[in-house]
Ligand binder design. Structure first.
Ligand code: UDP
Ligand code: MG
Length: 136
């Protein structure tokens, strides 16, 4: 049975700053993802706070929102069979130190905060996050 899904991926400021966005997009395409939509933008802190609202009680929330709004990001809608889960697997663990070989965070991540990519963690969140950036 077909299970075509869409998920939201963000190439974070640390990776865009190092000009890794083209390489990371190739990585997704080589793994069979279609990039349905994409845009390079910079968001302000209040938008970052809205996007990461789920983390508002966490000790890292303020730094996280400062960071996501600190420079350009590339926001993409990725489509593939089981896109949400497959993207999470390809991203690797939140802390690049714990990420497996062959994952994006293992290859490009600098630290737990500068970990190069965001990916939706559930189908419901994927829908909300896609709407957040691409509803017009
Ligand atoms: N983060 C952080 N410190 C932590 C945990 C998370 O700076 O101790 C940042 C990190 O950039 C991570 C983001 O907050 O990607 C969101 O955290 P989450 O637990 O949702 O990780 P993810 O879903 O991105 O793997
Ligand atoms: Mg998350």
């Amino acid at each position: 049975m077909s299970n075509l899904e869409q998920t939201l991926s963000i190439i974070k400021p640390d990776a865009v700053e190092r000009n890794l966005d083209a390489e990371i997009k190739e990585f997704f395409k080589n793994k069979g993802f279609l990039i349905l939509k994409e845009k390079k933008i910079q968001i302000d802190k209040s938008e970052a706070e809205k996007f990461y609202k789920v983390h508002e009680t966490k000790p890292f929330y303020n730094d996280l929102c400062n960071y996501l709004s600190s420079g350009p990001i590339v926001v993409m809608v990725l489509q593939k069979e089981n896109a949400v889960k497959v993207n999470r697997e390809l991203m690797g663990a939140t802390n690049p130190k714990d990420a497996e070989e062959g994952t994006i965070r293992k290859k490009y991540g600098i630290s737990i905060d500068k970990n190069s990519v965001h990916g939706s963690d559930s189908i419901d969140n994927a829908k909300m996050e896609i709407d957040f950036f691409f509803k017009d």
